[in-house]
Ligand binder design. Structure first.
Ligand SMILES: [Fe+2]
Ligand SMILES: [Fe+2]
Length: 160
């Protein structure tokens, strides 16, 4: 890597790999969510995640790069961790709480990735691409808020 453009392209490929892995992994979260609201939140975000992947594909086309150039090892690790948790957990309440925690880790990772990528795009003068990345970033923030609310409602319910 020799310049910001190459660093940017590498980060876009990394994000593409992350979203691609999430499209595969999220159905498992939907399946394991016994809480109706949590299930719906995962379903909604699966739809959004497919959009995120498509947006990145469009961006790669604009940049004339192959979207499949990288494997996001961090996302691989986060997903592995979530799978291990699902295999080990016994109590259903704990399972629902733990899935929210694992999902928020993923959202925070994406928020940091898209925040950086959107800034680079602006710096490089790719205004159109920056807008696409901002839309995704906005949806990642929103998904994180939804999960925070679900976690807090759970706590409130437990307390009452
Ligand atoms: Fe995403
Ligand atoms: Fe996300």
């Amino acid at each position: 890597m020799e310049n910001l453009k190459e660093l940017f392209e590498q980060q876009i490929q990394d994000l593409y790999s992350a979203e691609d892995q999430l499209v595969e992994a999220l159905p498992k979260m939907v399946m394991n969510a016994s809480d109706e609201k949590l299930k719906r939140a995962f379903e909604n975000h699966l739809d959004e995640t497919k959009q995120h992947k498509m947006r990145l594909k469009e961006i790669c086309d604009q940049l004339e790069i192959n979207p499949n150039g990288e494997t996001c090892k961090a996302m691989k690790g986060l997903i592995k961790e979530a799978e291990n948790f699902l295999n080990e957990v016994k109590d259903d309440d704990v399972k629902q709480a733990g899935m929210i925690a694992e999902a928020q880790r993923v959202e925070h990772y994406e928020i940091s990735g898209y925040g950086t990528a959107a800034r680079y795009a602006k710096e490089l003068g790719y205004d159109d691409i920056a807008k696409k990345l901002q839309s995704t970033l906005h949806e990642e923030y929103n998904a994180d808020d939804v999960l925070t609310n679900l976690a807090e409602n759970r706590l409130n319910k437990k307390a009452s």
